[in-house]
Design a protein around this ligand. Structure first.
Ligand SMILES: Nc1nc2c(ncn2[C@@H]2O[C@H](COP(=O)(O)OP(=O)(O)OP(=O)(O)O)[C@@H](O)[C@H]2O)c(=O)[nH]1
Ligand SMILES: [Mg+2]
Length: 269
C-alpha cells in the first residue's frame, strides 16, 4: 500500500492487502507490544482512550480543509506579546529539539498537504511558536525545542506561554521512544507539574528501535508517570510520524479534548 493512501482511514480500511494485525497497529499502536508484555502488567493504563474506528473517522474529517473549514498556518510569535488572541481551544507540542514535534504536526495535517510544516534533521530548527488553525475548532501550536538554545527559548517563549495561555486545553510533551526518558525530558515534566496544566506524553519515533527497547523505555516512563506526576494523563500515546502509526488515534484524542467531537463510546477496550 502506498504510504499516501494510509493517511485516510477509509482508504486504510479498503487496503485489503494489509493484514488485520497491521491495521490494528496503525490504529492502536500499543497493540503491537501486547504480545511482549508480561502478564502482570496492567494493560488498562495503555488503553484508557480507546475510541471506535467510527469515532476516529469522525475526527478525521476535522483535519480535511474545505471552504467552510479552513486549515492553515496562521502566524508565528517569538514573544508573548506577539502571540495572537484566539478564542478556540488550543493544544501545543513541546519537547526536546529533534524529538519530532514538527514531524508529528505535519503527519496530523497530512490530509491537508498545502499546510506547510517545516521539519529538519538539524536540532533547533523551529525557532518560533507556530500557530496552525483548524477551522474554528481548535489551534495547534508547534514550539521550539528545548535543549538547543535552552534555557533561552524556553524561558522566553514556552514557559510564559504555558503559564498564561487561557485557551490552552492540553499540552503534548513529546519524548523519543527510541532513546527513552532523558534528563531534559524530566526537567520538562517537572515544569508541567509545576504549572499544573493537564498534559499528555507522546512517545515518538517508535519505528526506530526494536520492540524490546521500546517496551523497556515505555515501562520506565510509565513508572515515572505513576509515581511522580499528578497532571499527566496516565496513557502515553505511541506514534511514528514516518510510518503513520498512532496518528489516527492522536487526531481523535485532540478532537476529543478540544470538544470538537462527541465520542460514541469511550469505555471499550
Ligand atoms: N524514524 C523516525 N524519525 C522521525 C520521526 N519523527 C521525526 N523524525 C525525524 O527526526 C528529525 C527531527 O524532526 P523534527 O520534527 O524537525 O523535530 P522537532 O522536535 O520539531 O525539532 P526542533 O524544531 O529542532 O525542536 C527529522 O530528521 C525527522 O525526520 C519518526 O516518527 N520516526
Ligand atoms: Mg520543530
Amino acid at each position: 500500500v502506498a504510504r499516501q493512501s494510509v493517511h485516510k482511514l477509509a482508504s486504510l480500511q479498503k487496503a485489503t492487502t494489509l493484514p488485520p494485525k497491521k491495521v490494528q497497529s496503525l490504529l492502536y499502536p500499543f497493540s503491537m507490544l501486547e504480545d511482549y508484555l508480561d502478564r502482570s502488567v496492567d494493560r488498562m493504563q495503555f488503553q484508557l482512550f480507546h475510541p471506535s474506528v467510527e469515532d476516529m473517522a469522525k475526527a478525521e474529517k476535522l483535519y480535511c480543509s474545505s471552504q467552510s473549514h479552513k486549515i492553515d498556518y496562521y502566524t508565528s510569535a517569538e514573544r508573548m506579546d506577539h502571540v495572537p488572541t484566539l478564542k478556540q481551544p488550543e493544544v501545543c507540542f513541546i519537547g526536546r529539539s529533534n524529538v519530532g514535534k514538527s514531524s508529528l504536526i505535519k503527519a496530523l495535517f497530512s490530509l491537508t498537504p498545502e499546510v506547510e510544516v517545516r521539519v529538519s534533521k538539524t536540532p533547533g530548527h523551529t525557532k518560533k511558536m507556530n500557530f496552525f488553525r483548524v477551522g474554528k475548532a481548535f489551534t495547534i501550536v508547534d514550539m521550539p525545542g528545548y535543549g538547543h538554545r535552552a534555557p533561552k527559548d524556553f524561558v522566553d517563549m514556552v514557559e510564559p506561554y504555558l503559564y498564561t495561555r487561557k485557551n490552552l486545553v492540553r499540552t503534548f510533551l513529546l519524548v523519543d521512544g527510541s532513546v527513552g526518558l532523558q534528563k531534559a525530558d524530566l526537567i520538562a515534566l517537572e515544569m508541567c507539574e509545576e504549572i499544573r496544566c493537564p498534559y499528555v506524553i507522546v512517545v515518538t519515533k517508535i519505528d526506530k528501535c526494536g520492540h524490546g527497547a521500546l517496551l523497556s523505555n515505555l515501562i520506565h516512563l510509565q513508572d515515572v508517570v505513576k509515581t511522580e506526576t499528578i497532571s499527566c494523563f496516565p496513557q502515553p500515546f505511541l506514534v511514528s510520524s514516518l510510518q503513520f502509526w498512532g496518528i489516527y488515534l492522536l487526531r481523535c484524542f485532540i478532537a476529543h479534548v478540544t470538544g470538537s467531537i462527541r465520542l460514541t463510546n469511550t469505555s471499550q477496550s
